[in-house]
Design a protein around this ligand. Structure first.
Ligand SMILES: [Zn+2]
Length: 466
């Protein structure tokens, strides 16, 4: 097997990926705090990790990867929003968990193997807190909150490359806090009236955010696991604090490879509700196809900053159409196997092995499309096998799953009403997510509208009016 290189934020190096157990590769990605709709920044991180997980599954075998993505369903932001909305915390989180699942399905993301929720892991979090207090890494302050004693953990700041002296400059204890050192962070908060709370050795309360990921990841994947990731903004303090908690508890290295996805800007500005440039995933998908959004995300390296704008996504649309143009009009026999041992495949895999270099991998798909176009002109017998290869490599990135004729508008989609178009898109997304039951259900719904879909040999669909 060729080496897979992964850039590790801790060592600041591209390191050869050596799984602890190649049959049980553990990947934990920090998920969503469910108090509002997911935005396109979330989509960027989710799509980036979707492709990382797809590639590791492709390389090591789908059954040999355990992918965990948590849901933060208790947190200050959630409690405050529930109060604002005059609804219960559980009504709010249930609503936005459903919305998140809808959005992620529409994006064609593969489902995680585990999707732990913070509220389901109280015993594990309380046990961690107990141990940290017992070993003097944590203490209960005068106001009843339990804090982690940052200066007790020698390696604090190693991930973010920050020194304690620098961190303490300007840091101060707020009036409503009781911690002994401004650097200390909360593990367990005393409950305020009306807030959801759990019993503990330190009175009724609820966990601090950083505690949940340390507790859930080690509970599911073990004390040391392969890959932990999230957005770039989680390096400090979230992941730094997770390391302090987990390693002080277990005495072992918490994570072997730390991966972080770059920021997504909107029209060259930081996305913020106050800047009025907040784009939710559902807003975006009203204007662009999920595959176009995915292509746009993959057109930049996952660690680089990406600038979202409608113009940029339209560029992605034009690029995708070039790939679909190569596939269009080629009837691929179901028995056709992909062209073997080509430079295209080798270069595609080499790009992906180089820290998931998706722009490099996409460039290879365009070279392959050019070869197919030339082959079509020359009526070469190899065209079918090359198209199959293009589809197979595209599938590793979660791309090229639609019918070329539909994408290129050749089947006169304008003659099909918008409800039918929406259903076809929803079915595509369901198929991409391997949710066959949902895909079949939508097919039946379309049938009732007088539209039949026939799956074609190249993985696309043909639309027919009956
Ligand atoms: Zn986390």
């Amino acid at each position: 097997m060729t080496d897979l290189l992964i850039y590790d934020t801790m060592s600041q190096l591209k390191k050869i990926f050596t799984p602890i157990d190649p049959k049980k590769i553990g990947i934990y990605v920090c998920g969503i705090t469910v108090y509002d709709y997911c935005h396109v920044g979330h989509a960027r991180t989710a799509i980036a990790f979707d492709v990382i997980v797809r590639y590791i599954k492709h390389k090591y075998g789908a059954d040999n990867v355990i992918f965990v993505r948590n849901i933060t369903d208790i947190d200050d932001k959630i409690i405050n929003r529930a109060i604002e909305n005059k609804e219960s915390v559980s009504d709010l989180t249930t609503r936005f968990i459903t919305a998140m699942h809808e959005d992620f399905k529409a994006l064609g993301l593969i489902a995680p193997d585990h999707e732990p929720r913070a509220t389901e892991y109280m015993p594990q979090m309380l046990e961690m807190t107990r141990r940290l207090v017992a070993t003097n890494y944590a203490y209960q302050a005068m106001n009843g909150d339990v804090y982690y004693k940052v200066r007790a953990f020698e390696k604090y700041g190693w991930l973010a490359k920050r020194k304690l002296e620098d961190l303490s400059v300007g840091a101060r204890v707020e009036l409503n806090e009781a911690k002994l050192d401004p650097l200390d962070f909360v593990l367990w908060k005393q409950a305020k009236a009306g807030e959801p709370c759990w019993d503990s050795l330190w009175g009724k309360g609820r966990p601090g955010w950083h505690l949940e990921c340390a507790a859930m990841s080690t509970d599911i994947l073990g004390h040391t696991f392969d890959i932990h990731g999230g957005g770039f903004d989680l390096i400090f303090p979230h992941h730094e604090n997770e390391i302090a908690e987990a390693e002080a508890c277990t005495g072992k290295t918490f994570v072997n490879y730390w991966m972080h996805v770059g920021f997504l800007q909107i029209n060259q500005e930081k996305m913020a509700k106050s800047a009025n440039n907040f784009v939710t995933i559902r807003d975006a998908l009203r204007q662009v196809d999920p595959e176009e959004l995915r292509f746009f995300v993959l057109s930049g390296h996952y660690r680089s900053q990406l600038d979202y704008s409608l113009d940029q996504v339209k560029l992605a649309r034009a690029s995708l159409e070039r790939l679909y143009t190569a596939l269009h009009g080629v009837t691929i026999d179901p028995n056709t196997v992909a062209a073997k041992d080509t430079a295209f495949e080798k270069n595609f895999l080499a790009a992906m092995d180089d820290d998931f270099n998706t722009p490099g991998a996409l460039a290879v798909l365009f070279e392959l499309a050019r070869e197919i176009n030339t082959g079509k002109q020359d009526k070469s017998a190899k065209v079918g096998a090359l198209c199959r290869l293009l589809l197979d490599l595209g599938a590793i990135l979660g791309l090229l799953y639609r019918d070329p004729a539909l994408v290129l508008g050749v089947t006169k989609l304008d003659a099909v009403d918008s409800k039918v178009q929406d259903l076809i898109k929803a079915r595509d997304a369901a198929r991409l997510a391997k949710n066959w039951a949902e895909a079949d259900r939508i097919r039946d719904e379309l049938k009732a509208l007088g539209v039949t879909l026939e799956d074609t040999a190249n993985g696309g669909v043909q639309v027919k009016r009956v």
